[in-house]
Design a protein around this ligand. Structure first.
Ligand SMILES: Cc1ncc(COP(=O)(O)O)c(C=O)c1O
Length: 379
């Protein structure tokens, strides 16, 4: 059997990793400013994380959600504390799309309605309703198409008000910082407007924090900058530092009923051990502070560089928009400077490094991009 060829691949095989570095099978070192797609939150192969998973594996790796799993309770308590949402409830699953599916479904159970507001350039996942709420027709299969999703311009309060006036809205789903869409920050006032309209119409405010959450922005949820609480936060990527674990944090006003949500793998022993280790390191090493500090430093320094059209983002979720003629820069960073970065179409370099990246590592990246911008070259 061969692989189903859905990803264009770089010809690199990663063999080992530590902190913000990875090494290929030929021993070549790379600086990871991409965090394996925003997933590596506490750094690769963090010793505490490795030990916690190893210890758990020797005890029990998996048993079903039909029994009590105290690690889930510990995780809920810890997440409540670190995220500042101690009165919320946790439902665990295994991927970002699954988290958003459950969030949208729960909202509909809650108010009995069908219409969902999503935004231009949004990305919420590749399954069923999550992909329907994603603004990219090329990945929406005919079976996923639904007129239950209303796409509105991002950060447009008037359009939002009008949509609420004219429809029976179940929920609004929004990334605090759009990732795939090119690092676009939701305005604080816009998130406040979503909050007040959801309150007025008894709709559910879903904060997709799959990419921008878990401390990446310098706050636990990027939506926290607006100082309003969402009703449901979906999270995944950074939650397990690579172990597939995801979840939704649910406001107390939404009450559970048996079987309304469910999953086989979600919240298994190993997943909880991984997620707990991540939160322990985030707390112990004050990684949100580091994300804020190094993020601000990177943003300030990048803004001083020539040719860049715009630098956007918060904390360690940064978009560098380049003019079309500099579309080789990302490739050169990888193959010439041995630095992984992310991208967003058409020409945005996305930085999503581990939250414990150091200033020295940030400087290595800055030097490399500076060189590329000052003396652009072919790879
Ligand atoms: C904002 C956002 N939501 C949802 C998802 C889907 O997550 P997953 O790929 O784990 O299903 C992603 C993935 O990139 C994302 O960036």
């Amino acid at each position: 059997m061969k692989l189903f060829d859905v990803y264009p691949l770089n010809d690199i095989v990663i063999d080992s990793a530590l902190g913000s570095y990875v090494w290929d099978d030929k021993g070549q070192q790379y600086l990871d400013m991409y965090g394996g797609h925003a997933v590596i939150s506490i750094g690769h192969t963090n010793p505490h994380y490795v030990k916690r998973l190893e210890d758990q594996l020797h005890k029990v790796g998996f048993y079903s959600n039909s029994i009590k799993i105290p690690l889930q309770v510990q995780l809920a308590e810890k997440l409540g504390k670190v995220s500042g949402k101690e009165d919320y409830q946790l439902f665990l699953c295994s991927s970002g799309a699954e988290a958003n599916e459950n969030a949208l479904k729960l909202a509909s159970f809650y108010n009995g309605r069908k219409k969902v507001i999503a935004f231009k350039k949004a990305f919420h996942g590749r399954t069923s309703l999550a992909v329907a709420a994603t603004d990219n027709p090329t990945i929406v299969a005919p079976v996923n198409q639904t007129d239950n999703i209303i796409f509105l311009p991002f950060n447009d309060e008037a359009a939002l008000e009008e949509a609420f006036r004219n429809n029976d809205i179940s929920s609004v789903i929004i990334e605090g910082i759009q990732g795939v869409g090119g690092i676009n920050v939701a305005a604080d006032s816009f998130l406040q407007k979503i909050r007040s309209l959801c309150d007025a119409y008894n709709a559910v405010f879903i904060a997709d924090s799959v990419q921008c959450g878990y401390g990446r922005s310098g706050k636990f949820y990027a939506h926290d900058f607006s100082a309003v609480h969402a009703d449901i936060y979906s999270m995944a990527k950074g939650m397990g530092n690579g172990f597939p674990v995801a979840g939704i944090s649910i406001a107390p006003k939404i009450q559970p009923k048996h079987f309304m949500l469910g999953t086989t793998f979600g919240g298994n022993h190993l997943a909880c051990a991984a997620a707990l280790a991540v939160l322990e390191i985030i707390e112990q090493d004050d990684l949100m502070k580091n994300a804020e500090m190094i993020g601000n430093y990177l943003i300030e320094e990048l803004k001083k560089l020539p040719l860049i059209k715009e630098v956007r983002g918060r904390g360690l979720m940064i978009g560098i928009e380049l003019p079309e003629e500099l579309k080789e820069v990302k490739k050169n960073l990888l193959f010439k400077h041995k630095i992984f970065t992310g991208e967003a179409k058409p020409n945005v370099i996305r930085l999503l490094p581990a939250l414990n990246i150091t200033k020295t590592e940030a400087d290595i990246f800055l030097e490399a991009i500076k060189e590329e911008l000052e003396t652009p070259s072919a790879s």
